[in-house]
Design a protein around this ligand. Structure first.
Ligand code: PMP
Length: 289
């Protein structure tokens, strides 16, 4: 396996950054999880744009244009001859001293691209649906760390994930500061009630898969809503599912012990899942290996 490291392809065992990198010391950096399907990088432009927005907020200049960044992603897939891959694109602040002041870093962010495979959830969850819970760890407030900023600092979500795992669950709902449903630890959440598809408006990452599902729903003339969603509304929805680059679209059939709808993946969820799979065959940047 070859890793892209600052413009060079190096072997996995040689893909190393310094212990003085502020990504390591402080979680100071941004990242993307991207996926390629049969030689097509799904919505690559959208991922690159989101990465550059995160870096803009963090005041990290990668010394690469968006086009060069996109090309580096495709080149890494090609070098590894991967037609179906999960891509981890990381830009960390780079080396500095032991203080957290980014101005004292040397201005050379580390750009790393790893192309590999990922399996997030067991296959049976996609057929039967998944059971999740709500955890006590809330999402970072918008004025602390905006959920739309996809930073290397994932401790908020990791603490929630630990809570879920301790309770015997693989994924969990996190609430925002006001108690509304925000998202899950690594996925966005949707509910369907009376044919209307709803998803939280704030306190969540603007997932690329989320946006794709909203696009598909509009194409199918399904009514969509982005707003505030309570747990009561989740418990009493007809259907529920999660979305993410690694997860794709996964049905949820029980939340905090409450069955959702008929307790099995709903018809609209399955229709959207199929449409999403179809979209991954056509929406993105094509490459040959
Ligand atoms: N929320 C969080 C916290 C995530 O980590 C992810 C995965 N990147 C998502 C939502 C889903 O986003 P996307 O569809 O862009 O993968």
């Amino acid at each position: 396996m070859k890793i892209y490291l600052n413009g060079k392809f190096v072997n996995k065992q040689d893909a190393k950054v310094s212990v003085f990198d502020h990504g390591f010391l402080y979680g100071d950096g941004a990242f993307e999880g991207i996926r390629s399907y049969d030689g097509l990088v799904f919505r690559l432009k959208e991922h690159i744009d989101r990465l550059y927005e995160s870096m803009h907020t963090l005041l990290i200049a990668p010394h690469m244009t968006r086009a060069q960044m996109a090309k580096a992603v495709v080149d890494t897939l090609k070098v590894n001859k991967l037609k179906n891959g999960y891509i981890r694109l990381i830009v960390s602040r780079g080396d500095g001293d032991l203080g957290l002041d980014p101005r004292k870093c040397f201005g050379h962010p580390n750009v790393i691209i790893i192309t590999d495979k990922i399996t997030l959830y067991p296959a049976q969850f996609y057929q039967k649906g998944m059971e999740i819970i709500t955890v006590a760890t809330t999402k970072n407030y918008v004025n602390a760390l905006d959920a739309e900023l996809k930073s290397l600092n994932y401790l908020n979500n990791i603490l929630a994930k630990i809570e879920a795992a301790n309770a015997g669950y693989i994924e969990a709902i996190m609430l925002d500061g006001n108690g509304y449903v925000a998202e899950c630890t690594g996925d966005n959440i949707f509910i369907i009630k009376n044919e209307t598809l709803s998803t939280p408006m704030l306190g969540r990452l603007k997932g690329i898969t989320r946006e794709a599902i909203l696009d598909i729903a509009k194409e199918f003339k399904i009514k969509t809503e982005e707003g505030f969603i309570s747990r009561h509304q989740v418990y009493n929805s007809n259907e529920c599912f999660l979305t993410g680059t690694a997860a794709e679209l996964i049905p949820v059939v029980k939340v905090d012990g409450r069955s959702i709808g008929a307790g099995k993946p709903g018809p609209l969820t399955l229709k959207l899942l199929k449409a999403f799979k179809d979209l991954t065959k056509k929406d993105g940047v094509r490459y040959a290996v």
